[in-house]
Design a protein around this ligand. Structure first.
Ligand SMILES: *[C@@H]1O[C@H](CO)[C@@H](O)[C@H](O)[C@H]1NC(C)=O
Ligand SMILES: *[C@@H]1O[C@H](CO)[C@@H](O)[C@H](O)[C@H]1NC(C)=O
Ligand SMILES: *[C@@H]1O[C@H](CO)[C@@H](O)[C@H](O)[C@H]1NC(C)=O
Ligand SMILES: *[C@@H]1O[C@H](CO)[C@@H](O)[C@H](O)[C@H]1NC(C)=O
Ligand SMILES: *[C@@H]1O[C@H](CO)[C@@H](O)[C@H](O)[C@H]1NC(C)=O
Ligand SMILES: *[C@@H]1O[C@H](CO)[C@@H](O)[C@H](O)[C@H]1NC(C)=O
Ligand SMILES: *[C@@H]1O[C@H](CO)[C@@H](O)[C@H](O)[C@H]1NC(C)=O
Ligand SMILES: *[C@@H]1O[C@H](CO)[C@@H](O)[C@H](O)[C@H]1NC(C)=O
Ligand SMILES: *[C@@H]1O[C@H](CO)[C@@H](O)[C@H](O)[C@H]1NC(C)=O
Ligand SMILES: *[C@@H]1O[C@H](CO)[C@@H](O)[C@H](O)[C@H]1NC(C)=O
Ligand SMILES: *[C@@H]1O[C@H](CO)[C@@H](O)[C@H](O)[C@H]1NC(C)=O
Ligand SMILES: *[C@@H]1O[C@H](CO)[C@@H](O)[C@H](O)[C@H]1NC(C)=O
Length: 681
């Protein structure tokens, strides 16, 4: 059994004590050299308690073996240990330490320099070359002081043994941390990373740049840009050719790479091409089908032509009855060409595309066969109502009846009256009737109209003369004239009032009384006669005896009486009524009465005045005693070229002597003759 001397002796010894008591030990001869000795030989079998182990333990330089042998059991001196060949060699305590007795070695000269010696060591204090600057570390190295020495180690990014530090090229060594798509640039002591073109990032991470979406690509206008990791690619669009950066149009048509249909035209367009079906075909150009222009109605066949569709086109042909090239079809005139089959007595009428036959008027049939027609008896004539129909071959004739005019198919009434073709009498009116006329005698005539005799309305009593008119017959009429004493137009006659009109012949002293149609005259009272002549039966009263006498005034209305005795005016006034009751001084009311009075006055040459009933009631205003005005009388002196009365005192009027016979003013108290009057009843 092998015992490891490096183990804790005491521990092992305790183990081996047990073992060694059963295993006999045997001393060896010294073959251990100068730093060892053989363990003393054991001639007895000692229990293991005393066996080799304890021997070995306490007798250095010898050896002990459990197998009794003659060879030396080497025991090394302190500070030495047996090597593999069994020789005792120096223990470097600086390196391995010293046994602690507790199973592990103790480090020696901690913090100081340990110097090994043969069989021992000593300690000496350490120097710090790093701080002392006595090291030879390179510029880009760190100096680490060690006990008794120092060590140099190059800084990161540098490599070398510390005294010489060379820049490490991390890039070529691949110890950089640049991203895959970055370039690594070595620097002294370090390196830098920068993303490759087409990437973006800090160099340790680089992300792809999408040039396509950023528009930083240089693809052609008609190319597609495809982003790739780190770059992009351009490819010309269909219909274009080129590298993607320059793309030129492809002419598919000339290259024959179009897919236009057989009956289509190909038209190159930039980047593509278009197919369009040829005229007469329809479709999208890649497929073109024949167009049936006929059924679509897009043909240009004439209206009267038939259209026949052909592949890609159509043909037109005129219908029977038409001639032309199909797009234009003109009617064929079978009638003028004589290709119709109308009957002899029929008319051929060309129609567009055909013709028609119709029997001539007066014939009946389908136009191809025509027979004579008796229009009159069939009532198929067109004679007017007031015409007669006369049959003829193929025809008939119409003639207007008497009293009508026209060509027979129309017959208009004939106005015999205005045409003067009537036989009415001179004094008749003609009245036209449809087909004839009638005559009727004018008013005032009698007869059948063709002869008209005068009517004597007066004797027939059919006149309208007024009752008090005379009727006088005239040819065709009569006249009325009002009877004497009536006035009017004869049909009405009103009474004439001859009295008021003054057309009567009554006497002056008669009254006129109008009667219907005449008048009557009757003498006034005191007059006698037939009214046309009336004799005054009145007499003036008889006066007193003497020269005084009565004279009836020429107008017969009064009697004047002259008195030759001379009285003043007031006495004369009273004397008149004394003489004859109701008598007054003469009141002269007309020139004739003035003449009557003048005649009473005797013709004397002496100046004598004759009182009349004239006085100034109010001074300056002359009036007759009965109040009548004197205005208008010419018998004043002044009125006959003399001077007007001016003497206010002379308030009484008188008539001058006979030579002068003019009224004069007179002083009322002077004496004068006087003239009285009485009014006849
Ligand atoms: C040490 O490193 C620095 C950069 O860190 C460099 O500039 C210098 O040249 C280096 N020295 C030597 C001797 O290589
Ligand atoms: C370190 O390396 C340099 C260059 O390679 C060399 O000259 C030097 O002798 C080396 N120093 C050590 C201690 O190996
Ligand atoms: C880097 O770019 C290549 C193409 O150039 C691509 O296949 C790959 O996926 C990219 N890598 C990443 C991490 O984006
Ligand atoms: C691209 O195509 C369009 C028609 O699709 C055309 O109008 C245009 O001119 C083309 N552009 C170029 C640059 O050819
Ligand atoms: C094209 O039109 C011609 C006549 O113009 C015809 O014979 C031919 O069949 C047509 N082709 C097709 C595919 O319809
Ligand atoms: C053209 O019309 C045909 C028949 O109707 C059809 O099969 C085809 O798809 C059409 N083509 C186009 C481009 O519309
Ligand atoms: C075609 O014929 C019909 C009669 O069949 C006629 O009425 C019409 O006017 C004709 N059209 C032309 C354009 O001649
Ligand atoms: C048919 O005739 C008309 C007139 O005669 C003429 O205008 C037209 O051009 C002709 N059409 C054809 C296809 O000959
Ligand atoms: C046709 O009419 C004429 C008289 O207008 C007559 O003489 C002739 O016989 C007629 N012809 C026929 C075939 O009836
Ligand atoms: C034909 O004459 C009769 C009288 O004779 C008359 O009543 C009738 O209106 C006339 N007819 C025509 C159409 O004039
Ligand atoms: C017709 O009447 C007129 C007077 O109105 C008369 O003068 C004439 O003689 C008459 N004629 C006859 C034929 O009676
Ligand atoms: C006509 O005259 C008579 C007298 O002569 C008279 O009686 C009568 O009334 C008069 N008739 C008319 C209508 O005045």
């Amino acid at each position: 059994m092998m015992v490891q001397v490096t183990r804790s002796e005491w521990t092992v010894a305790a183990l081996l004590l047990v073992i060694g008591m059963s295993i006999p030990g045997k001393a060896q001869e010294n073959s251990c050299g100068q730093y060892g000795r053989c363990a003393p030989p054991l001639t007895f079998q000692l229990p293991n308690l005393f066996g080799c182990y304890f021997y070995n333990l306490f007798v250095f330089g010898g050896s002990c073996n459990t197998q009794p042998t003659t060879t030396c059991q080497c025991v090394c001196l302190n500070g030495f240990s047996q090597d593999a060949g069994g020789n005792c060699v120096d223990i470097n305590e600086c390196a391995v330490g010293i046994p602690s007795g507790l199973g592990s070695n103790l480090q020696v000269c901690v913090g100081d320099i340990c110097v090994n010696t043969v069989g021992g060591y000593y300690c000496t204090p350490d120097l710090d070359e790093c701080t002392l600057g006595t090291n030879n570390c390179a510029e880009n190295a760190t100096c680490t002081n060690t006990v008794g020495s120092f060590s140099c180690s190059c800084l990161p990014g540098f490599s070398g043994n510390g005294t010489a530090c060379d820049n490490v090229d991390e890039c070529s060594l691949g110890t950089d941390n640049c991203a895959e798509n970055a370039t690594c640039t070595d620097t002294v002591g370090s390196f830098s990373c920068s993303c490759l073109p087409g990437f973006t990032g800090d160099g340790t991470t680089c992300n792809d740049v999408d040039e396509c979406s950023l528009g930083t690509d240089n693809c052609a206008e008609n190319a597609t840009c495809t982003n790739t990791v780190g770059s992009f690619s351009c490819s010309c669009l269909p219909g274009f050719t080129g590298d993607g950066i320059k793309c030129n149009d492809l002419d598919e048509c000339s290259l024959g790479t179009d897919n236009c249909a057989e009956n289509a035209t190909c038209k190159d367009t930039v980047g593509s091409f278009s197919c369009s079906c040829l005229p007469g075909f329809t479709g999208n150009g890649t497929t073109c089908n024949d167009v049936d222009e006929c059924s679509l109605g897009t043909d240009n066949c004439a209206e009267n032509a038939t259209c026949t569709d052909t592949v890609g086109s159509f043909s037109c042909s005129c219908l029977p009855g038409f001639t032309g090239n199909g797009t234009k079809c003109n009617n064929l005139d079978e009638c003028s060409l004589g290709t119709d089959n109308c009957a002899e007595n029929a008319t051929c009428t060309d129609t567009v595309g055909s013709f028609s036959c119709s029997c001539l008027p007066g014939f009946t049939g389908d136009g191809i066969k025509c027979n004579d027609l008796d229009e009159c008896s069939l009532g198929r004539d067109n004679c007017a109502e007031n015409a007669t129909c006369t049959e003829a071959v193929g025809s008939f004739s119409c003639s207007c009846l008497a009293g009508f005019t026209g060509e027979g198919t129309t017959c208009a009434n004939l106005d015999e009256c205005s045409l003067g073709r009537d036989n009415c009498a001179e004094n008749a009116t003609c009245t036209d009737t449809v087909g004839s006329f009638s005559c009727s005698c004018l008013a005032g005539f009698t007869g059948d109209g063709t002869t008209c005799a005068n009517l004597d309305e007066c004797s027939l009593g059919t006149d309208n003369c007024a009752e008090n008119a005379t009727c006088t017959d005239t040819v065709g009429s009569f006249s009325c004239s009002c009877l004497a004493g009536f006035t009017g137009d004869g049909t009405t006659c009103a009474n004439l009032d001859e009295c008021s009109l003054g057309t009567d012949n009554c006497a002056e002293n008669a009254t006129c009384t109008d009667t219907v149609g005449s008048f009557s005259c009757s003498c006034l009272p005191f007059f006698t006669g037939d009214g046309i002549t009336c004799v005054d039966t009145r007499t003036c009263p008889g006066g007193p005896p003497g020269s005084e006498f009565w004279v009836k005034s020429s107008d017969g209305t009064k009697c004047f009486q002259f008195f030759s005795d001379q009285l003043d005016y007031a006495s004369a006034k009273t004397q008149c009524s004394t003489n004859v009751t109701g008598s007054t001084l003469a009141i002269i009311l007309s020139e004739s009465q003035n003449s009557d009075v003048e005649g009473l006055i005797p013709n004397v040459t002496t100046s004598v005045k004759n009182w009349i009933g004239l006085e100034q009631s109010t001074p300056g205003t002359w009036a007759w005693l009965d109040g009548s005005s004197t205005a208008g009388y010419i018998n004043w002196d002044g009125n006959n070229g003399g001077t007007a009365p001016s003497n206010a005192d002379k308030a009484c009027g008188a008539i001058n002597n006979k030579q002068i016979k003019k009224w004069k003013e007179q002083t009322c108290s002077e004496p004068g003759q006087y003239i009285c009057e009485v009014i006849l009843p």
